[in-house]
Ligand binder design. Structure first.
Ligand code: ADP
Ligand code: MG
Length: 461
């Protein structure tokens, strides 16, 4: 076999395997531009060198997907593979244009007029799908739960309750569930509405004496998706109707998915019976995106807008805009700037100008792992890792442990469940209480504040 063919073929096989274990957004972002640059056979081992287009891609793949790549290569070759990463762009760069082809080709059924009509009727948006949802530690739980629900409606978690701040992807994920259900079975009755739409519908039903019509519309659904459910709190007739809708759908095997800006326990004026229904399902929070996720989102949104950006520019955008909504807004401005000024190249200067920041204001926040934070907290309090992650309730361990949870949550933006997992498999409510407690303590005690800033200094410099 010719060596080039062998390299390309092996990598193709490897990527085909990897494709099924990561989301397409992650795949496109991190893997699509990699290649095998060299294979070296040494007796029963194989050394494989993997070329990455930039140091950023290299570091990310090395840190997060090393094991996955190695396992896959071992499996395919039947030998032990040692892998090395290096920065080396593929020679045949085919795509040099600023405006590229769309990232996600729609497949045949999605172009089908009937399918499009059905999606509209369900009030779903065709762009908010699992394929273009990027996953990282801040939203991994929510994504996995949503995927599970879409594959097994009524059985996985019911209801699925997603909550989090503005722009973290709640609506996108909820929509993706509905879209995926429809794609698998066009006959499933799916409906997405906001808490406000639901409220208006029921009020209209009461006013026009058409509540039966309302019930026929909602209670027979296979999947009901209500965005911003907190809106119905405090509205008695609406909560009453929702309660019966909920029961009717769940008891006939249907699925309910809800989103909110707060967890059920913190929505004031929410009827107790609704709260307990919500709490019987799965409640997952989504934290604000970390730097890596913002890079992936920038890439996805750029491709959606047919913009071809290189990694340096992507990092700059993601490093300076802290939410998905801001990134999207920025890309819209960038696209108009390109068209108006007829730029032939998107340079860092153009980005700087559009960001409206001077070079020295441009952020390049260091990426930090949970291990580094654990180590710094242990150093600050002169305790061992085993003690901070252990079960002892002695104050000299318990307080540092709570500070650790606080920092993982607020500085690394990890979701509650993920923090709980890192701290030796604790419940998400434990984490929530720790964060609340330390927030309060930090506002009252100078000592605590100084401890925290000492740790931050050690980690972030
Ligand atoms: P929320 O409902 O939580 O306020 P949205 O779902 O409306 O947030 O997300 C805001 C924008 O950011 C949307 O355009 C969405 O597609 C995008 N977005 C958010 N998170 C992600 C993600 N993980 N991957 C891709 N796009 C995302
Ligand atoms: Mg929303």
């Amino acid at each position: 076999m010719e060596e080039k063919y062998q390299k390309d073929q092996l990598w193709q096989d490897c990527l085909n395997n990897i494709k099924v274990s990561v989301s397409s957004a992650i795949f496109t972002t991190w893997f699509s531009q990699t290649h095998i640059s060299k294979i070296d056979k040494r007796n029963d081992r194989i050394v494989v060198e993997i070329g990455c287009p930039s140091s950023f891609v290299k570091n990310t793949i090395e840190n997060r997907y090393f094991g996955l790549i190695q396992d896959t290569l071992n499996k395919i070759t039947g030998k032990s593979c040692d892998i090395l990463f290096e920065i080396k762009a593929k020679k045949d760069k085919s795509n040099q244009n600023l405006i590229s082809t769309p990232l996600f080709q729609q497949n045949k059924e999605e172009k089908d007029i009937n399918f499009i009509e059905e999606i509209k009727k369900s009030r779903l948006r065709p762009f908010y799908t699992f394929e273009n949802f990027a996953v990282s530690s801040s939203n991994q739980m929510a994504w996995a739960a949503s995927e599970a629900v879409s594959k097994n409606i009524g059985n996985a978690y019911n209801p699925l309750f997603l909550w989090g701040g503005v722009g973290v992807g709640k609506t996108h994920l909820m929509n993706a569930i509905g879209y995926s259900v429809k794609k698998n079975d066009i006959n499933k009755k799916v409906y997405l509405c906001t808490g406000e739409d639901f409220t208006n519908d029921i009020i209209e039903g009461i006013r026009n004496k058409t509540t039966q019509k309302f019930r026929d519309k909602y209670r027979k659904l296979d999947v009901l998706l209500i965005d911003d459910i907190q809106f119905i709190a405090g509205k008695d007739a609406v909560q009453e109707e929702f309660f019966h809708t909920f029961n009717a759908i769940v008891s006939s095997g249907g699925q309910i998915v809800l989103t909110s800006d707060k967890p059920p326990s913190e929505i004031s004026k929410l009827e107790e019976r609704l709260r307990s229904r919500f709490e019987a399902g799965l409640i997952v929070d989504i934290a604000p995106p970390d730097f890596e996720l913002r890079c992936a989102i920038t890439q996805i949104k750029a491709k959606e807008k047919n913009l071809n950006l290189d990694m340096g520019v992507i990092q700059m955008i993601a490093g300076n805009l802290d939410s998905a909504r801001k990134i999207e807004g920025f890309l819209i401005r960038l696209r108009s700037a390109i068209e108006i000024n007829k730029y032939s190249e998107i340079t860092e200067e153009i980005i700087e100008q559009l960001l409206g920041k001077r070079k020295d204001e441009i952020q390049n926040k260091k990426r930090v792992s949970s291990e580094e934070v654990i180590e710094a907290v242990c150093n600050q309090y002169s305790i061992k890792k085993k003690q901070i992650l252990g079960n002892s309730r002695v104050k000299s361990f318990a307080l540092p442990r709570q500070i650790l949870m606080y920092l993982l949550r607020t500085e690394l933006n990890l979701p509650l469940q993920e923090v709980g997992r890192i701290i030796g498999g604790r419940d998400h409510t434990t984490v929530m209480h720790a964060v609340e407690k330390i927030t309060k303590l930090a506002s009252e005690s100078v000592d605590i504040r100084e401890d925290i800033s000492g740790i931050k200094k050690a980690v972030w410099g």
